[in-house]
Design a protein around this ligand. Structure first.
Ligand SMILES: Cc1ncc(COP(=O)(O)O)c(C=O)c1O
Length: 385
């Protein structure tokens, strides 16, 4: 079956964070997609709605089994049910882990530029943000391992948040890079949290490597997994944490209850099980569509707007645009585009100081919408000069 990613779905007036929060004609910022979910999910949810009773739910075995089956067959990661815990979301899990496994004023290491909520969750919990800036060579990003080691070796550093694959720079970390990170975290006794929420959104010939697949001893590692980005069901809320270390597992289990993050909703169960068990072909076609969108952006920028450069992207539908040549800071530029062109992207400064002079563009939308966005971007830049 050929799935439809071309139809524009009206989202204004649906309480959408992306479309209804700001007054703008074309939002291409927050990480959700403007595609309808797979028809299999719509059917399954419709059948659940038709039942008409939506009382409290428990997490059924099938929920965990759907994750286990998916990661086993698609990513060769072996997990057991007794190592998984449901959580309403990846960020609530990370927030809980920060409270459970670190102390106030500890330092938590992140690799910037990175998903802006990493900063927020660390600061909100009264911990210090410790940045290991990624190295940008004008085309793609890599890890500064000397700086990483120096920062992990600091006494106050007790946790590292890894974004694998990385939002916003679009890198899939190699097995070698992951193994080096593991080695350093173990050497300095740092708990590694691997956020792998974007792992299924990769270019057609790319494959992400699960952090846990490159290491032998998983005692200091916790992985966060979810179907929400992959299948565009973030508003339904579903995720798990995978913890092999029994002691950490038991602590986290109690913490999620304490933090009221362990109660699942009935739609989350149905959507998750259907997504993992029935929607693999939809995802393959989605990844192809997103990849074509990336090629469109690349070609457009090269031909029409060479002053902006596309950073090489292997994963995620979030493109990182190098606007250094424009010599305007990202917040000013983003506000200008919104106010004058009705186009809303994410200013790079949100992802750390080193992200200023970049914009993040969400290309998970129908082609016609993408072309409209690119046209607005070009017109905005032309008028800027
Ligand atoms: C790296 C990363 N982690 C977590 C999240 C949010 O996860 P959740 O909605 O499950 O809290 C996002 C959303 O964009 C993200 O990019």
């Amino acid at each position: 079956m050929l799935y439809d990613f071309d139809t524009i779905i009206e989202r204004k007036g649906t309480d959408s964070l992306k479309w209804d929060k700001f007054d703008t004609q074309l939002p291409m910022w927050v990480a959700d997609m403007d595609f309808q979910v797979a028809p299999e999910i719509i059917d399954a949810l419709s059948a659940r709605v038709a039942h008409g009773v939506f009382g409290y739910a428990v997490v059924p075995d099938e929920y965990y089994e759907s994750y286990i089956q998916w990661w086993n067959t698609r990513h060769n990661l072996k997990m057991k049910k007794e190592e998984l815990l449901f959580s309403v979301g990846v960020m609530p899990s990370i927030s809980s882990m920060i409270r459970e496994f670190t102390k106030e004023n500890d330092s938590i290491l992140i690799q910037t530029p990175v998903y802006h909520i990493f900063f927020k969750v660390i600061k909100d919990n009264n911990r210090n943000v410790l940045e290991n800036e990624l190295i940008y060579d004008g085309n793609s990003y890599s890890i500064d391992f000397d700086d990483l080691e120096e920062k992990l070796s600091q006494e106050t550093t007790t946790m590292m948040l890894l974004c694998n694959p990385h939002n916003p720079v679009g890198r899939i970390w190699t097995g070698e890079e992951l193994a080096k990170i593991d080695c350093l975290c173990k050497k300095y006794n740092v708990l590694l949290i691997s956020d792998e929420i974007h792992c299924d959104l990769v270019n057609p010939n790319e494959h992400y490597i699960a952090f846990e697949n490159v290491i032998d001893n998983k005692d200091n590692v916790i992985t966060c997994l979810a179907p929400t980005k992959t299948f565009n069901i973030a508003g339904i809320q579903s995720s798990v944490v995978h913890i092999s270390n029994k002691e950490l597992y038991e602590k986290m289990k109690s913490r999620l209850v304490l933090d009221d993050s362990s109660q699942i909703n009935v739609f989350s169960i149905v959507a998750t099980i259907t997504a993992f068990n029935e929607c693999e072909e939809w995802l393959n076609q989605l990844n192809e569509y997103i990849y074509q969108n990336k090629l469109i952006v690349d070609e457009f920028l090269k031909k029409e707007l060479p002053v902006i450069k596309l950073v090489a992207s292997q994963a995620t539908y979030l493109l990182w645009l190098d606007c250094n040549e424009l010599k305007i800071n990202s917040r000013e530029f983003n506000d200008y585009l919104n106010n004058n062109m009705g186009l809303l992207l994410s200013p790079g400064i949100q992802f750390g100081e080193c992200g200023d002079n970049f914009l993040r563009l969400n290309v998970a939308c129908p082609k016609t919408m993408l072309l409209d966005g690119l046209r607005r971007l070009k017109e905005g830049v032309d008028n800027l000069h």
